[in-house]
Design a binder for this molecule. Sequence first.
Ligand code: NAD
Ligand code: WQD
Length: 339
Amino acid sequence: MTPCTLITGGAGYIGSHTAVILMDAGYRVIIIDNLCNSSPRVLDRLRQLCGDQFEFVQADVRDGAALDSVFAQYPVESVIHFAGLKAVGESVTQPLRYFDNNVGSTVSLLQAMDRADVRRMVFSSSATVYGDPQQVPISEAAHLKATNPYARTKLICEDMLRDLQDADPRWQVAILRYFNPVGAHPSGIIGEAPSGIPNNLMPYITQVAVGQRDYLSIFGNDYPTPDGTGVRDYIHVMDLARGHVAALEHLTKQQSSITVNLGTGHGVSVQQLVDTFVRVTGRPIAYRQTARRQGDVAACYADTTLALTTLGWQAEHDIARMCEDAWRWQSMNPTGYAS
Ligand code: NAD
Ligand code: WQD
């Protein structure tokens, strides 16, 4: 049987796009997801895009027996671990749920991989591990500091992976620190479908554009940034997905572990993102300036040198393309996967 890549959380936003890119590149894919933050309809959409080339297992990654049966059934050679909870605000009010799910699933997965003799993992980390950065662009060597429980779960998992590599050099791990993933597959068939009120900026903008929300609140206009609004490194989800293929290839060829930022290296303000969205889609976006959101930093964008030199990867799509693709997805699916 052809070797497989196991994608945990593959029914989610980034996992589903990565599954498509992997299948396009000829990988055989197994998705495991408990659907706690995704719809089973994603799987139909993936079949629409890629045919029946993947397997789906509905299970919780904390369930070691379920993982053992997946490893027994399929010749898995590498794992991309997306499964996790990701809402910063929720993690502040429900920290145990975040530690249980994010740290618990990673421990359970690493144990099952060890039992199955599979020791190649790509891990979804986040720029949130840099906390309030001392300088931008942020390099991988920057100081790490968790400022909320969600960030702490990522930092704990990163530390765990570093300890594991120290203990047993057979482990090959790529820790990928994503900046702000946005956009959708260019077909508009899969995209980001947050449940409830979006926490993140781009899905909020597209929901205002489609008429689901009345207006966008711009959180803060007094940051020390060129126009006073917060600056972030928005990265197209298809570029991000490609970064995972580059990371898998690196692990296979170089057999060495890495920790890499995945961003564009360009800072874009909230106001610039809104203006670009309006320009490329022709949709008006009503917005109001409101107070800063607690916990937000002024500016956060990546130093992308290491991604280019180690992975030979760099982002290709600009902000206009991110807006265009996010809008195509939202306008074709006004209520996400419920449409
Ligand atoms: P998502 O919620 O869309 O996808 C996560 C998927 O994991 C969902 O389908 C969910 O059902 C599944 N899941 C969660 N816990 C599980 C468990 N215990 N067992 C099985 N399945 C489980 O989120 P996303 O935006 O695709 O994020 C993917 C990963 O990337 C997460 O680890 C997230 O922390 C990380 N990340 C996301 C962003 C972002 O802004 N989207 C930024 C940096 C890092
Ligand atoms: C972007 C900018 C807001 C919503 C979060 C997590 C981070 C990572 C990515 C997982 C900021 C502003 C937002 C709105 C606004 N996730 N904004 N109005 O905060 O950079 O990062 O997602 O790892 O951990 O913290 O992303 O999209 O929430 O905000 O003005 O309704 O948009 O203040 O400047 P953020 P975001």
